[in-house]
Design a protein around this ligand. Sequence first.
Ligand code: HC1
Length: 568
Amino acid sequence: MVNITIDGQKVQVPKTATVLEAAKSVGIKVPSLCYHPELRPEGACRVCLVEVEGARSLVASCVYPVNEGMVVRTNSAAVREARQTVVELLLANHPPDCFSCQRNLNCELQSIAADLGIREIRFEGERKNLPLDANNPSLIRDQNKCILCGRCIRACSERQGVHVYSFVNRGFGTTVAPAFMSGLDEAPCTYCGQCATVCPTAAIVEKDDTAPVWQALSDPKKHVVVQTAPAVRVALGEALGMGPGSVVTGKMVAALRRLGFDRVFDTDFSADLTILEEGNEFIQRLTTGGKLPMITSCSPGWINFIELMYPDLLDHLSTAKSPQQMFGALAKTYYPEKQGIDPKDIVSVSIMPCTAKKAEAVRPEMRSSGYQDVDYVLTTRELGRMIREAGLDFDKLPEEEFDAPLGISTGAAVIFGATGGVMEAALRTVAEVVTGKELGCLDFKEVRGLTGIKEAVVPVGDLQVKVAVAHTLANARTLLDKIRAGEADYHFIEVMACPGGCIGGGGQPLPVCQEIRQARVDAIYDCDSCMSLRKSHENPAVKELYDTWLGKPLGEKSHKLLHTHYHA
Ligand code: HC1
């Protein structure tokens, strides 16, 4: 530890701390833009300047290390003037379209300008006029709004190990882009959207699909059904003024009805169905010498990653479609058949925590019903905006129930939203199906938590099943390299592309940090423990689906509607 003085306060901090971290430890928030607590510091934006006695000039506190006896001033006249100048220079060439910007009122540059009391911009900067990168279904990049903080570059490389972005050109021409200034559609982008979660402005945002959904809702000839992903219910509240970890399932259902959806269903129903298909596929591979380890297939950013980076390992993937796509296939076959509706009149919308789900829905093989199975995917953030646009007082809405039958689910399904959840849900079912005995305890705590890679050995009958769980694509890469090298003796692996699993998805409310992810994870497990049914194979609506329509797991109809293939 070292002793330093910050703004007259004596403080002891670890000798590895930076000045910015030391200030934070005594409740002083130094403004910053390029700094992000989960990424390597860069010291690029110079907004976090402070005065250090003896230093030749103001220093960037996010990269400046503390040392014994250091005296720091974070709020002197010189510091305030310098920070204002830096931010004014950023604003001088930033598009002045705050009112119509997707990040209006949730923009870090806007907040810092407000906090620093900037009332005029003394400089007239040249504006960039670069085209939008909008040729993909998930993300929109507007380089004119980029402040060159480099957070997206670091998130894509450090967190995801994908390395899509880098700085290109020099001087005023500097920008952030994929190689050869290509669009994301031509780059090895997985569409996970983690770049959008760290972008301080609207330089990278989700593609907004709310307009066609509003249009469908106001078309009396259309029957509009909606499914909501497991992780949305524990995060949507944040977009509407509630604290992290608020469980808003019932209010979300009520809001969707008031927005005009004809039926409000739950992706959790098809998460249970996924467990029946994927669990039986795993048992089949185990007992017939099939390809192991089997790897889960529901996270579309992960699927894009393995297709792009490890095409030689595609046969490890379960062929089960994701719950979103299983639901989509049923929404335009089983559901209209039962209800006597023409499937061409159905519009199927999903609310997802994920930007890659938008790309998943338009994959050419996701048309098992003869139509595009999921028509529109909205992120949690887009749903938050629709609720605000409709003027709904979210907090005052009653708690309502999902519609039956595609809204009936178990606790095993809701935990899909957290890293380890799909594995735990599968183990609950696989263990009971294989042994024919009821599990005493349903909580597989070894696979829970935010550790990057978790491993466990789980007894299933006579077999010791070795499992691994990874979240973030950088951690997935570690496991895939082990498989490639022949060093992995796992039977079953779960991979989710985003930190914490879907609760940390690229379409979730901002800001997000580890504390917020933990609150969402805790809320997910609270939802599970409150459910009367907690095993997918006990879902009565799924049982009825098999009994009356689908036949059996891995049967012919299942293969047609609920399984898929991948592209090398
Ligand atoms: Fe997910 Fe899934 S858990 S992938 O994270 O398998 O997005 O929530 O909907 O499809 O169920 C996301 C979440 C989600 C699917 C399920």
